[in-house]
Design a protein around this ligand. Structure first.
Ligand code: NAP
Length: 328
């Protein structure tokens, strides 16, 4: 299957190229960048030297020739490409926020008008596998909502409130330099941001609401000086206290058939570069503390996107995604 990556010079685009290099059915034939037209891909992504002969091209939805397209572009850029890609029969997956939320929620949360809205499956395979299978278009979840939703899902229907506290690596902000990501501003420190108003909270509320969490969903992210990873601590306040044995059994049953969810003490090193989400939980005094660890660029973005592609195209769900983490 021939693949196009729109926005291939960015972090998630580079990660799609890295992971797809080991896919048994997919070959990347087109990598776009508007600014780097004519530049060899391995000049920008040197770790891919020997694994790609592609050159970045400034192509759009009218000129791309492929069976499947990934959009690894900022929100509002994706909606400019999606309708034409689908009209041309190109199965498409969007990594941006443009199609993750209902229209009114998207416009309120992102403060922009949507110009080409339609409802799309939410690409979290552990919760929506049947909708994703054989779909022509899927919206991939945000990185924080992936780790948070997987941590909270088994208890969402029994919780009074869930408070998510996440620590993220700096690659979550994309590859454009900014004051926030300038090394002296982020190094040797931990910085909370958007304490009560991060846009990803809307996705967590949407997904956990579907599972029965009526209200009481809160989220505070922190930027920490590392390249990759999101560690999320979920404080789940229960209506009725639950024993350790009960909570362990619930998580084991909920994720029994999920290859990419491992129930073990999470550490970011153990999932780095992989599509795994490691989860563990402890119950005490009416509160269950659940911790999840993902690589924001893999299970939080490009790996999950490929997991979705595999389902959409009838490939083995872990094709291209069998890499093992890096420890230490
Ligand atoms: N980083 C993460 O951890 C993460 C996780 C989950 C989801 N996401 C989402 O994935 C998307 C990409 O994120 P990223 O971190 O890879 O961003 P990035 O590093 O900033 O890369 C963005 C890419 O999009 C291209 N681009 C920008 N505007 C465009 C437009 N209007 N039309 C076509 N191409 C355009 C850029 O290249 P040119 O400017 O040269 O065209 C670049 O290749 C974003 O929507 C982000 O929210 C990111």
């Amino acid at each position: 299957m021939e693949i196009a990556i729109i926005g291939a010079s960015g972090y998630t685009g580079g990660e799609l190229l890295r992971l797809l290099a080991t896919h048994s059915q997919a070959q990347v034939v087109c990598a776009t960048s508007r600014k780097l037209d004519g530049t060899p891909v391995d000049r920008i992504h040197p770790h891919l030297k020997g694994f790609t002969n592609l050159t970045f091209r400034n192509l759009d939805a009218d000129t791309i020739d492929a069976d499947f397209a990934f959009l690894a572009v900022p929100h509002t850029a994706a909606m400019q490409h999606v309708p034409r890609l689908l009209e041309r029969g190109i199965t498409t997956l969007d990594l941006s926020a443009d199609y993750r939320l209902p229209l009114e929620v998207f416009e309120k949360t992102y403060g922009v008008k949507h110009t080409a809205y339609f409802p799309a499956p939410y690409g979290l395979p552990e919760l929506h596998r049947d909708e994703i299978r054989n779909a022509q278009f899927v919206a991939c979840p945000g990185c924080f909502p992936t780790g948070a939703t997987l941590a909270g899902a088994p208890l969402a229907g029994k919780a009074r409130a869930i408070i998510f506290d996440s620590k993220t690596g700096v690659s979550g902000a994309g590859n454009s330099p900014s004051e926030v990501t300038h090394y002296p501003n982020v190094g040797d420190s931990v910085v909370p941001y958007k304490w009560t108003s991060h846009r990803h909270l809307a996705e967590m509320k949407m997904e956990l609401g579907k599972l029965g969490l009526q209200s009481g969903c809160y989220f505070t992210p922190h930027l920490v000086p590392m390249n990759r990873g999101i560690l999320t601590t979920a404080h789940i306040l229960m209506d009725t206290p639950i024993t350790q044995e009960e909570v362990t059994t619930m998580y084991q049953e909920f994720y029994r058939d999920e290859y990419f969810v491992r129930l073990q003490k999470p550490s970011l090193a153990a999932v780095r570069g992989t599509n795994f989400c490691d989860i563990s939980c402890e119950s005490s005094e009416g509160r269950v503390v659940v911790v999840s660890a993902i690589d924001n660029l893999v299970k939080g973005a490009s790996g999950q996107a490929i997991q979705n592609m595999n389902l959409m195209c009838g490939f083995r769900e872990n094709d291209g995604l069998t890499g093992i983490g890096l420890l230490p």
